[in-house]
Ligand binder design. Structure first.
Ligand SMILES: [Zn+2]
Length: 415
């Protein structure tokens, strides 16, 4: 396999590809390193990808798996989500070219299926029999569903006040759903403690984190392939832990390194909700580290008050000439509506954050007249219905024409 070792992002100490997530020398996070020296013919590399299955396993050579490419017909294959040219959204914002990557089209309706697919597959390779996670919702859905599809036990820990839709869409898969009386950071701390003495449990976002995080690169791989092996000039990406944000850039980088793409990373813009914006605040204050916050926002899937990859997200935004911005809950609701009304895509609150930040960048004049922008939509609106409840008007009429016409009187909607 092309994955060679785990390497500390801080001190570069190397480790074998096992269930390990923190450097024992400096406590830095570990990341998977690859050797693609065998890729010498770009045309052949492209053909190899294009002859693969219509899901993220077509990028198997760039993922940290030891065995053969997983079959297209087993488990819960993710990816191959639509990239849609959003001309009406672009026009509304005064931009030239906007593409929406709609990751709500994954099996459990969020991008988390990509990371869980990699973590679960690697967990099986390493001999684990149980999947577990600390989740703000979408991850819970995905871990429970992957456990069901792969025949593995699962334990899903969530904050007790999570949206009802996300709880139901987790419990249905027959998982052990554990509601923790606390916020996500409390849940995460509990899982970290549990992972210490449960040796047969693969916590996808804790001891499997280096593998899990690699799944996010496939968002970049797909965008590049869907654009005809080109990169966007700019990506607008939601930030919770900061992992998706940095891994999308890593995906573009890896394709550039082997010659599948030309040029440098796109300008990277991160999006946070003001009610949980430790990375945006650090960016604005010119700091290198994030001060943890207590989340208070409708964007619960982004409500991580102590983001693990915050410092790397800050570095990336600065290095690419991007930024990390935050938006209010009202702007998030407006972002959900803007995307829905101009593209037909109904996103959850995280997508409202991302769309609202795109609107903010456009209004601020940050986006050049010739830019091609990719907007990353990570989840489905039906999971966060409370955010838009009572925000629109419906007409209630009796089943006759007079009543119908009376409802629209004065609006010119009738004959
Ligand atoms: Zn280290």
């Amino acid at each position: 396999m092309a994955a060679k070792q785990l390497r500390c992002r801080e001190c570069a100490t190397e480790y074998p590809l096992e269930a390990r997530y923190v450097c024992s020398r400096c406590f830095g996070p570990l990341e998977v390193k690859y050797d693609h020296a065998d890729i010498t013919d770009v045309g052949e590399a492209r053909r190899r990808i294009q002859s693969g299955p219509q899901n993220m396993w077509r990028y198997h050579d760039f993922l940290p798996l030891e065995g053969a490419r997983p079959s297209a017909h087993t488990g819960l294959p993710a990816g191959n989500t639509p990239l849609i040219r959003a001309d009406r959204l672009a026009e509304r914002l005064g931009l030239r070219e906007v593409w929406v990557k709609n990751d709500a089209a994954n099996p459990t309706h969020s991008f988390k299926d990509r990371v869980v697919s990699v973590a679960a597959t690697r967990a099986r390779e390493l001999g684990f029999d149980t999947l577990a996670c600390a989740s703000t919702g979408n991850l819970a859905n995905s871990v429970a569903a992957h456990g069901a599809a792969l025949g593995m036990d699962s334990y899903v820990l969530i904050p007790a006040d999570l949206e009802e839709q996300k709880q139901l869409a987790t419990a249905i898969y027959g998982t052990n759903l554990v509601k923790v009386r606390g916020n996500y950071d409390d849940v995460n701390r509990l899982c970290t403690e549990l992972s210490g003495d449960r040796e047969n449990w693969a916590f996808v976002n804790i001891n499997m984190r280096p593998y899990y995080a690699e799944g996010s690169k496939t968002v970049a791989f797909e965008i590049a392939e869907q654009l005809g092996w080109e990169m966007p000039d700019r990506c607008v990406v939601p930030i919770a832990s900061g992992s998706l944000f940095t891994k999308i850039a890593k995906g573009f980088d890896e394709f550039c390194e082997v010659g599948l793409l030309d040029g440098g990373a796109p300008i990277m813009n991160g999006a946070q909700a003001l009610g949980c914006s430790p990375v945006a605040a650090a960016f604005e204050q010119g700091k290198d580290v994030c001060r943890p916050v207590k989340p208070n926002t409708i964007a619960k899937s982004l409500a991580i008050g102590n983001p693990a990859d915050g410092p790397y997200a800050l570095d990336l935004a600065r290095a690419t000439g991007g930024s990390i911005d935050s938006v209010t809950d009202d702007e998030i609701r407006a972002g959900i509506r803007l995307l829905a009304e101009t593209t037909g895509i109904f996103t959850e609150t995280a997508g409202g954050v991302t769309t609202a930040v795109l609107a903010k960048l456009a209004a601020r004049g940050d986006i050049g007249p010739d830019e091609r922008v990719a907007l990353i939509i990570t989840g489905e609106g039906l999971k966060t219905l409370d955010a838009v409840r009572d925000s629109f008007h419906a007409y209630e009429v009796d089943p006759n024409i007079e009543s119908f016409e009376a409802a629209f009187a004065g609006q010119g909607a009738g004959v």
